[in-house]
Write a protein that binds this ligand. Structure first.
Ligand SMILES: Cc1cc2nc3c(=O)[nH]c(=O)nc-3n(C[C@H](O)[C@H](O)[C@H](O)COP(=O)(O)OP(=O)(O)OC[C@H]3O[C@@H](n4cnc5c(N)ncnc54)[C@H](O)[C@@H]3O)c2cc1C
Length: 412
């Protein structure tokens, strides 16, 4: 029996543990620093709203194959709300203009006018996209896309904030290009918005824990890893706050941790934390919620996206350090913007503001190039959304990196 320790029960760690536990003759031991699994993707009952909410809105697209495969493995595909078309409505808060971004689902749909881009962007979008796809690893989005017209304002800036959690002036172009290659450039079938109306916990985390429990894997919570003992290019022991676990000659470990945790454990510099994501959750009257689409993109304001789940409207402000801009009362401003979008004068029934600090790692080209090698020791592999290779820090990247780390160890 070979024992593999997985440290970190975020989605990368869960994916690694699930993959390893499929292998006969492998015992998986899962360790987690806090008292719950899910890492940066979790749900909880909020007393003020009296609703179960996610720590932050998570949007994926139907081309995110790893997310869909994860849900298939844990039996939650039916909990995903996959939009029938690759279409998202937008509102320009300053000009009051509304439009739809839509990709056709095939040639017939294209011929019927199934392609819609924001007003004023048609001429530059194709050329901008080509430039972005050709951008080198050191280029930012702003360096790759030179124009500052409507396409910048209505497509590239919102995409950079949403996908990279960083403004285009500092975010690396390459991961955005990779997302385009895997989703929007593959057409409508790969670009349908996917939301999780039952929440991140019920859709991604709890059934994964149940599957692992069925295979005899039970996370050890409140077990922060504090150090590694190494000899001869191998890890020989894992040091936790209250105990030390020796690794036998066949044993191995996967560290599915954020960069700041890994920097301490490996004693080497890692990419720094990136920006915060602010989420404002508002419980509203059912008729106000009903006036909103499931997901609405906003430009020219503080708010970037509004998600509707039941009678809660949840707003995302990405790259909060850059976008809050000294705003004295973000909650009041965000509500004014939601009220404008929903066409209501009534105040919210209850609200909750959640700021996820360092929601993703530094998204700059330099930080991405400072990522560590994935096998620092013969029996140690690294995983985490920030280590996926080409993708930005997302659910897709976390799941992909967790499975890749497990497979790398299994392959010797
Ligand atoms: C507000 C917000 C909104 C987001 N929106 C989206 C979105 O719309 N779409 C999308 O795809 N992605 C989104 N993301 C990103 C997505 O949540 C992450 O990419 C993903 O959850 C990262 O998973 P992970 O397992 O790599 O890391 P984490 O979730 O950070 O997991 C790491 C785990 O390691 C544990 N840990 C840390 N240190 C130690 C230690 N020393 N010992 C043991 N355990 C330790 C942590 O407690 C944690 O459980 C968002 C993130 C946030 C915060």
């Amino acid at each position: 029996m070979r024992r593999v320790h997985v440290v970190g029960a975020g989605l990368a760690g869960l994916a690694a543990a699930m993959r390893l536990s499929e292998r006969p003759g492998t015992e998986v031991v899962l360790h987690e620093a806090v008292n719950r699994a899910g890492g940066r993707a979790w749900s909880f009952h909020d007393a003020r709203l009296d609703r179960v909410i996610d720590n932050g809105n998570h949007l994926v697209l139907s081309g995110n194959a790893e997310v869909l495969a994860h849900c298939a493995r844990i039996g939650t595909e039916a909990l995903l709300d996959i939009a029938p078309h690759a279409e998202l409505p937008f509102l320009d808060l300053a000009q009051g203009e509304r439009w739809r971004l839509r990709l056709p689902s095939g040639l017939r749909d294209l011929a019927r006018g199934g392609l819609r881009v924001p007003p004023g962007t048609a001429l530059s979008l194709a050329a901008d996209t080509l430039r972005l796809l050709r951008a080198g690893p050191r280029a930012t989005v702003a360096q790759a896309v030179p124009g500052r017209g409507a396409a910048w304002h209505r497509v590239w800036e919102p995409l950079s904030l949403a996908v990279l959690n960083a403004p285009p002036e500092s975010a690396a172009a390459a991961p955005l290009a990779e997302v385009l290659r895997r989703t929007l450039l593959r057409g409508g079938a790969a670009s349908r918005p996917v939301t999780m109306p039952h929440g991140l916990g019920a859709t991604l985390v709890d059934p994964a824990l149940a599957l692992l429990a069925g295979r005899g894997v039970h996370p050890a919570y409140r077990q922060p890893l504090t150090g590694l003992a190494t000899r001869g290019g191998r890890v020989t022991a894992l040091r936790f706050a209250s105990t030390e676990v020796a690794l036998g000659p066949d044993d191995a470990a996967i560290l599915a941790l954020p960069p700041e945790a890994l920097a301490k454990l490996l004693d080497q510099p890692m990419p720094g934390a990136g920006q915060s994501i602010l989420n404002a959750h508002f419980r509203v009257a059912p008729e106000v919620a009903a006036a909103m689409p499931p997901v609405l993109g906003l430009v020219s304001g503080l708010s970037h996206w509004v998600f509707r789940r039941g009678d809660v409207l949840s707003v995302t402000v990405s790259a909060a350090e850059s976008c809050l801009n000294g705003e004295a009362d973000p909650e009041a401003r965000i509500w004014r913007e939601v009220a404008q979008a929903a066409g209501t004068d009534a105040p919210p029934l209850a609200s909750r503001l959640i700021r996820a600090r360092g929601a993703t790692a530094d998204a700059s080209p330099a930080a991405r190039q400072a990522r560590p090698e994935l096998r620092p020791y013969a029996n140690l592999a690294l995983a985490g959304d920030w280590l996926s290779g080409p993708l930005p820090d997302t659910l897709e990247a976390a799941l992909m990196s967790g499975r890749a780390a497990a497979e790398a160890l299994c392959d010797g």
